[in-house]
Design a protein around this ligand. Structure first.
Ligand code: PML
Length: 261
């Protein structure tokens, strides 16, 4: 689902909400109602354009993957938090210049993109040619909702910044971000990710590298409505194949894998 304030096709409407689900057919109707509700009563406004696309997925084509391990770091200023992302991404081998270019690219966006920029993990060069649209990671969800929620609650207990608008909102944001980041990390050539929300009242962002998802607060000043996402790839990665995997491969993030790891 993609919901916007105005004309979502022309790109003129301000983004309100986006959501991806992968569910059994019996649940589709109730999920559609939930998506409608979410788009119409979002705290960013009531959407005037809502695109909901439903694709049938062959269960045999679904890839099951474990979630990333969640860590958390809290800083007192945005610059300290952003500086921390250099050290964290360096653990995954991502160069300083690539992180600097990614931080600059997100902070200088005039408005939030629908998808992610894909950037070379060493040179920091943007690799995709998808402009303002970027790459939208799609066709994923978590399996075993209750188990997954328990996993996320444990992670939130690591540190819940008050500025995030309460545990319910943080749970919802974390759920979606961990599912997306885990799928991103399961692609060939993936090196890491840097992201913060376009929600003006949600300053927590994250970096991911290897098998780690590290929440970092505050990645932006309160009230700032622009967020973004950069996916880092190792040089030589077959770009078209990796983007195709991110956009089309059905993936379920499965908590059980995590317990056996
Ligand atoms: C988004 O809203 O698009 C990004 C959410 C980042 C979530 C960070 C977290 O709470 O772990």
């Amino acid at each position: 689902m993609y919901a916007a304030e105005g004309d979502a096709h022309g790109g003129n409407g301000r983004h309100i909400s986006g959501c991806e689900r992968l569910v059994t057919e019996e649940r589709v109707f109730s999920i559609l109602a939930m998506l409608w509700q979410r788009a119409k009563s979002h705290e960013r406004g009531s959407a005037r354009t809502i695109n909901i696309r439903v694709d049938a997925v062959d269960p045999a084509s679904i890839r099951r993957i474990p979630p990333l391990t969640i860590e958390s770091e809290i800083y007192t200023t945005v610059s300290a938090a952003r500086n921390a992302s250099y050290a964290l991404l360096a653990k995954g081998g991502i160069s300083k210049i690539a992180v600097r270019r990614a931080l600059e690219a997100i902070s200088s966006l005039p408005r939030s993109m629908r998808g992610a920029m894909v950037v070379d993990a060493l040179s920091g060069e943007r690799l995709d040619a998808l402009g303002e649209r970027g790459v939208r990671i799609s066709h994923m969800d978590c399996e075993n909702e209750e188990e997954f929620a328990k996993f996320l609650r444990n992670a939130l207990a690591l540190g819940q910044p008050a500025a995030d608008g309460g545990p319910q909102k943080a749970m919802a944001k974390l759920r979606e971000a961990v599912v997306l980041a885990s799928k991103a990390a399961s692609a060939e050539g993936y090196a890491g990710e840097l992201c913060w929300s376009d929600d003006p009242y949600y300053p927590t962002g994250y970096v991911a590298h290897g098998r780690v998802y590290c929440r970092i607060t505050p990645m932006k000043e309160p009230g700032n409505p622009v967020g973004g996402r950069v996916l880092f790839l190792w040089p030589g990665t077959p770009l078209a194949e990796t983007i195709d995997y991110w956009q089309r491969q059905p993936v379920l993030v499965t908590r059980e894998f995590c317990e056996s790891m």
